[in-house]
Write a protein that binds this ligand. Structure first.
Ligand SMILES: O=P(O)(O)OC[C@H]1O[C@H](OP(=O)(O)OP(=O)(O)O)[C@H](O)[C@@H]1O
Ligand SMILES: Nc1ncnc2[nH]cnc12
Length: 170
């Protein structure tokens, strides 16, 4: 299955030098969207997963349907100032900027096995920050699943102890 045919690559977005991998062209095709989520589901089928955590916003588009397909809960990881309850927050750097991620302190129970899901692994900053938040809450990260990996940015190096699953490589 060549999922790449459904990814639109836009040069110099959101800033010069960034080759943006746009997943909206995959998402709008119902059959391909379902195939992509089902393929990730198969890839993680050997893991024992209690809950999926996905970072805003594109992590919701991958993490929530994967959680639904696996019959587990979904914990949103949001940008600062969006969650209404008590939160913990961690700042981080992106391929094209800086941000802060937050989770509700009761989003994950101590000892739960957590799979992180997102659309894309670039520098690994988002995912490393997600791991930090989940571990602060007492969760155990059992893997991280992505539609796309930008291999040259070597995001995996930030997560040497975490099993990483990806459908597409650039
Ligand atoms: O591996 P990294 O270098 O951290 O980059 C990957 C992250 O960047 C994008 O999110 P972005 O923060 O742009 O937010 P969005 O999903 O709201 O567009 C993407 O959806 C990943 O979460
Ligand atoms: N090159 C890229 N394309 C799409 N999303 C990204 N997030 C970080 N880098 C990205």
């Amino acid at each position: 299955m060549d999922f790449k045919e459904y990814i639109r690559v836009i040069p110099d977005f959101p800033q010069p030098g960034i080759s943006f991998k746009d997943i909206t062209t995959l998402l709008k095709d119902g059959e391909m969207y379902r195939k992509a989520i089902n393929e990730l589901k198969v890839m993680v089928s050997d893991l024992k997963i209690d809950v999926i955590a996905g970072p805003e916003a594109r992590g919701f588009v991958v993490g929530a349907p994967l959680a639904y397909a696996l019959g587990v809960g979904f914990a949103p990881i949001r940008k600062s100032g969006k969650l209404p309850g008590e939160t913990i927050e961690v700042g981080y750097d992106l391929e094209y900027g800086k941000d802060t991620l937050a989770m509700h302190t009761d989003a994950i129970e101590k000892g739960q096995n957590v799979l992180i899901a997102d659309d894309l692994l670039a520098t690994g900053g988002t995912i490393a920050t997600s791991v930090n938040l989940i571990e602060q809450l007492g969760g155990k990260v059992v893997g991280a699943a992505f539609l796309i990996e930008l291999s040259d940015l070597n995001g995996r190096a930030k997560l040497p102890e975490i099993e990483v699953f990806t459908l597409m490589n650039y």
